[in-house]
Ligand binder design. Sequence first.
Ligand SMILES: Nc1ncnc2c1ncn2[C@@H]1O[C@H](COP(=O)(O)OP(=O)(O)O)[C@@H](O)[C@H]1O
Ligand SMILES: [Mg+2]
Ligand SMILES: [Zn+2]
Length: 556
Amino acid sequence: MYKALYRAYRPEVFSDMLGQQHIVTILKNQIASGTVNHAYLFCGTRGTGKTTVARLLAKALNCQNEDVQKRPCGECEHCKNIAAGNFVDLIEIDAASNNGVENVRDIRENVNYPPVLGRTKVYVIDEVHMLSTPAFNALLKTLEEPPESVVFVLCTTEPEKLPATVLSRCMRMDFRRVSEEELAGRVRQICIDRNIMMEESAVRVIVAAADGSARDCLTLLDQCISGRKGTVTRDDVLDSMGAVGEEVYVELTDKVNHNDPAGALLVIDKLMRAGKDSRQILQGWMSHYRNLMMTKFIANPQDVLSMSVENIERITSQAERTDIEMINNAIIEIAKTITEAKGSNQPRVLLEICVVKLATTTADGRYVSVNMKKAEREAAKTEAARAERTPAPETRQQEMPEPPVERVPVQEPAPVQEPAQPHEAQPVQEHIIREPVEDNYPEDTYSEEDYYEDEIDAIWAEIIEDGESQTNTFTIVRTGAVPIKMNDTEFVIKVSGQARRYLEKNRGPMEQLIARYTGGHHKMILRDEEDDNHEMSLEETARKASEMLGTNVEIH
Ligand SMILES: Nc1ncnc2c1ncn2[C@@H]1O[C@H](COP(=O)(O)OP(=O)(O)O)[C@@H](O)[C@H]1O
Ligand SMILES: [Mg+2]
Ligand SMILES: [Zn+2]
């Protein structure tokens, strides 16, 4: 069975840890000198290594290596058993699901039995802030006078919820977010291990989105590499990611600040193609502006923004470039749009109108006449076109010149007359291959199991032919229906009213027909042509926006 990367790459010894050197150093010293505490409190965001270090400590306290300096060795029987999750003297309790006083009483009774196999029993209580008050009180007694051979490690993401009595009895260690540099190093190392090629700009997107959590980083990496062949590009990564990283909002906001509605709409379009939800984008963008505002007013933004150092830097530098009035306008406008989008079945249009409105407004609330800014528009046009072609947009390249990447061809290159330019030719080719079946398919994310457009077309052609050979009336399907998507369980068809009635009446035979050519049962899903609210093109949006704003918005 496939083991998730974040589990496959759990550090086995202290030197595997990324970051947290301030903690590792103390623990190593304590282990070597035999001065380990009886109770620790590990605090910090999820995925920064709390559970991992708790296990390393348990290993060290039970490691069979003769040399104390080398503990945990990761190789002795005890180390291996702990890694495999079956060592009786390491007891892990999830307080989120065992938060009652009876659970803590169980601990208290068992604490007095000596270790079975090792030297020290280690109790790890995860999400300890979830314990009920009586449970905390029961735990306190044990923390006050724990038996000699017992160590407690309490882990929490929310230390402020713990009673002072608990805090005062533990040695507190604060886990920090892991830097992007360190995460990137691990990502590259895993790619080498797994024989995967990944563009450096793709690595950058992953580590930025992980926002300092090593676990999120590995989970994202997992998503991005599963099922991919050849070089993983930045666009692949953006495609695979469920969440929108901070840098996308930085990009979007920059376009808006530069009065570049076309560029901003292209950013939205890219996000929608990757299956992102308009309402989510609005929410994310709103909190991005909130972050910009905070950084304007607060001297040490790192104290209020819970984000990686690098993301804070991105935000701070954008805040410097952005007027406070622009930020205010944007927050008001986006908030309005969020409310409107709640009751609307056209959230995308509302989002786009909001984007256009902001991108055509100056800091003092006047409309920028897009017509008058011909030179700028030309610049935006070339830039947008370039952004379309190159995987990394300008902002990233400035920060970090991209090293040349070796690209592995996705397919056998067709014989060509002239030598192909890999940088020009490749993205185009990939574009064709990876294009989701329906460009702007709503809310649904484009999943790995989705079939490609030409496969579906081929299947559809057979279905039509077969159907028409059985009955003449099947022509209704040829004229009034088009397949838009297929995965392992569903076959989605866009239909006119007449075709809908026909297919609904003949669902049984139609599904049989689909099964015959797809090789498995698929539920036929019919979508009305007119429900296609996502169908609105950029041009239509621009027209709508122009009407609303009374300016001329052009899309290139
Ligand atoms: N500091 C770190 N260094 C290396 N890997 C880490 C680190 N923190 C987390 N990980 C990775 O994330 C996974 C989950 O980490 P975990 O220790 O359970 O996080 P936490 O308990 O803080 O939520 C680990 O298996 C490991 O792959
Ligand atoms: Mg944990
Ligand atoms: Zn060992």
